[in-house]
Design a binder for this molecule. Structure first.
Ligand code: SF4
Length: 456
């Protein structure tokens, strides 16, 4: 059996000039490669020119948006006898992608892919409903996202200088929009979310604001560079079970700008915009918080001001999250907060004060990018033909954003994709995870506020 891991020429997040697996730390794939090699199946690297030399091609998709870049290459592959196994966090909804792939691996792959490869090699194997055989896929069957009850026990080499040792899985919180927590069961010796060793060395640089709040002394302002609030107002945050009160956010900012022994620097705040029921009032609450904390001291604290880069993502109805059925805002949210809250300031500022400033980050997706992501999350079997056509059309990919948006509006059913679903109509109703997320599908939190409210 000749097996390869496929390296794309380009990925959705184009961070690197030259693509290779030394610059992209695809740890899930590295773990699968390591476990295959321990089972006697060494894995080589391949690209578009060499893929036909293999019996099995492993493809790693780390986000829903990765489907498009992969398919742009996949439709140009020469025919061959290879079997394609696609896995990774980007593999959840499979309906429109069935003709392009042989097997979809859902969730942890280190055991299930070894089992599948053994079976393809003519050996005995067990039945596994975390592997979808594309020829037999039906949205009326049930498939489980594979879990594990232990971290991967071996150290895996990522680059010449860097290796990975898994020390935790998932997150202890249960934000309703977050696939990361609902698609994998939390497993850790600590009671908070952290990056694994070797993975960008981020443990001190990014922590959930909620964890920091449990123990204020655990905040290391010298190293903390980012945190997440994930909603512009207390109402929205509680609606999605991110229980950061307005008071907590104010206290965090107050402590930040009053830490005199640390020179002010930039802090990234991850945020989500476009939630169901979101209004301008929610955005103005955030502006009020900034203004209050900046003006409260009534004096200039340090010679420089602290900066916040508000990095907002367009709300996505992530498969297997309790918000999978939610309607999605059909609006271009990039620059929206700046235009609403501080149109007279230049440079994308939302607020500019004595001790604190806040600027809108450039990362908010424009609408055509959101449409492509939602197609990957909710597309129908009938969309396959148009997906393939777009992937073959170079003109589409070099067109301007408005032209891309118009093209997508012409060929896809936007009302359906951005609409609201329930447990019977949800495109990913065939997926199951470690807990019964599906019970939320007919209890929309944006309609029935059953989530715990902040204490007044
Ligand atoms: S959004 Fe962050 S804090 Fe919330 S569940 Fe996901 S990883 Fe955890």
């Amino acid at each position: 059996m000749k097996i390869c891991a496929y390296v794309q020429r380009q990925y959705a997040k184009q961070n690197y000039k030259n693509e290779c697996f030394d610059t992209r730390q695809f740890v899930g794939l590295r773990v699968v490669m390591d476990s295959l090699s321990r089972a006697g199946y060494p894995v080589e690297w391949a690209g578009i020119a060499t893929v036909t030399e293999y019996d099995i091609v492993l493809v790693s998709l780390t986000a829903d948006c990765d489907w498009w870049e992969f398919l742009k290459e996949r439709v140009t592959w020469k025919k061959g006898n290879y079997k394609i196994i696609v896995g990774g966090a980007g593999v959840m909804h499979v309906t429109p992608f069935v003709p392009f792939v042989d097997y979809f691996s859902l969730g942890r792959g280190e055991e299930s892919i070894v089992n599948l490869v053994r079976k393809l090699d003519g050996k005995e194997g067990y039945e596994d409903d975390s592997i979808i055989d594309a020829r037999e896929f039906s949205p009326d069957k049930i498939y489980h996202v594979r879990q594990t009850d232990h971290v991967y026990p071996y150290e895996v080499k990522l680059t010449a200088k860097n290796s990975f040792k898994e020390n935790a899985i998932g997150c202890n919180h249960k934000c309703l929009f977050c696939g990361y927590t609902w698609q994998r069961k939390f497993l850790s010796d600590k009671d908070f979310y952290r990056f694994s060793t070797g993975l960008f060395d981020m443990e001190d640089k990014e922590r959930a604001m909620l964890d920091l709040f449990k123990d204020k002394n655990s905040i290391d302002w010298r190293h903390l560079r980012s945190t997440a609030m994930d909603g512009l107002s207390e109402r929205l945050r509680f609606m999605v079970n991110k229980r950061i009160t307005r008071h907590m956010l104010e206290t965090f900012l107050y402590e930040m700008i009053h830490t005199e022994e640390i020179k002010p620097h930039r802090m990234k705040f991850f945020n989500i915009v476009g939630y169901p029921t979101e209004t301008e009032e929610d955005a103005f609450e955030f502006l009020d918080v900034l203004r209050k904390i900046d003006l409260e001291p009534g004096r200039k604290l340090q010679d420089k001001a602290w900066g916040i880069v508000l990095s907002s993502m367009h709300f996505n109805p992530t498969p297997l999250s309790p918000l999978a059925c939610a309607p999605v805002s059909y609006k271009n949210h990039r620059h929206n907060l700046h235009n609403l809250l501080a149109p007279k300031l230049s440079g994308g500022y939302i607020y500019s004060g004595e001790n604190l400033w806040c600027v809108e980050g450039m990362g908010t997706e424009t609408l055509e990018t959101v449409i492509m992501r939602i197609i990957a999350m909710r597309g129908k079997a009938e969309d396959t033909e148009n997906i393939e056509r777009l992937c073959r059309t170079k003109k589409f990919w070099s067109a301007s954003k408005p032209v891309q948006q118009m093209t997508l509006e012409k060929y896809f059913d936007i009302d359906y994709l951005f609409g609201e679903f329930d447990s019977k109509t949800l495109p990913t109703r065939y997926l199951r995870t470690y807990c019964a997320v599906e019970k939320f599908y007919d209890k929309p939190p944006w309609k029935e506020p059953w989530i715990i409210k902040p204490k007044k």
